[in-house]
Design a binder for this molecule. Sequence first.
Ligand code: PHB
Length: 376
Amino acid sequence: MLLSQLLHLQGVESVVLERRTKTHVMGRIRAGVLEQGTVDLLREAGVAGRLEAEGLIHEGLDIAFAGRRHRLDLAGLTGGRTVTVYGQTEVTRDLFEARERLGGTVVDCAEDVTLHDLAGDAPHVTYRHAGEHRRINCDFIAGCDGFHGISRSSIPSSVLREFEQVYAFGWIGVLSRTPPVSPELIYASHERGFALCSMRSPTLSRYYLQCPAQDLPEQWTDERFWEELKRRLPEATGDDLVAGPSVEKSVAPMRSYVAEPLRYGRLFLVGDAAHIVPPTGAKGLNLAASDVHYLWHALVDYYRRNDDAGLQNYSENALARVWKCERFSWWMTSLLHRFPETGPFRERVQRAELDYLFSSRAAMTSLAENYVGLPY
Ligand code: PHB
């Protein structure tokens, strides 16, 4: 949707095919932390009005361990850079609204989407909509269809290399109409497992707990969730926690994954279709946005200046940034979660790494510059 909107503003026509209904898409609770680069891109796309009015600027975050909270001064460590808390669902709402306002074509409930002739000069896409077979002839296809989409699997396996790390745990997430326990995010490392206190607004909280990967949301009653969250936070923070009924509850599996290359002929993979990060560094949505940035510029150079260098280099340029964010998300996950399989030596090393982090401005700066977002 973002790529489509940006291309539209540069006079490049596109069609968005969505497998689900708009209601389904708008019902999902996804990421919540936007890097400055993502905000800038949304502004260029002309969809940042509400984000600027309602988004919460965060200049720091807390990491809690051994019963104490330690503040990481993101702005102070990065020359004034910040992150913005604004839900991905709201970004999507703003994009739907902008595409409708500008007369963009977004087809929902597109079934049996199939990509054809990717390696040739004239690819096309076929799909079914309301029982009718349809075909789109196009110059290029942007595969923005997520990890389970058909784009990546349309690339011959002889071409694609996959890199993967699956974690034995997931996150159980709860959204509740309660004031956040703290004005900034708290990432908590605890012997019972990781916990995260986040938010969507001053009256809407988002909390997560590390849990076994196979847990089902039904196993986590609200009461059990709040009790466990409180146990994993420093005592004073736990005392401030305002519990309330959950309005959404879901378990997210954790995975690190990259497929290479991001280009096959006239197909370009973007976002989760090509790579997954565990949510610990809040990088998933931001990484999709940086892919869009590279592909948008590449396509505009191609149409405006007949210059295909950006398209030729898309995979290499985007992957260089993808791998840095994979590294960071994997590292933050390793730093803060319990890995029961690795034993007491690893736990002591983890604890030493947290102690070191808050004793070294260099270490804090490294975390902060990755968290606010590496340059494009
Ligand atoms: C969220 O608010 O959903 C959130 C925030 C930070 C993360 C992951 C998720 O690292």
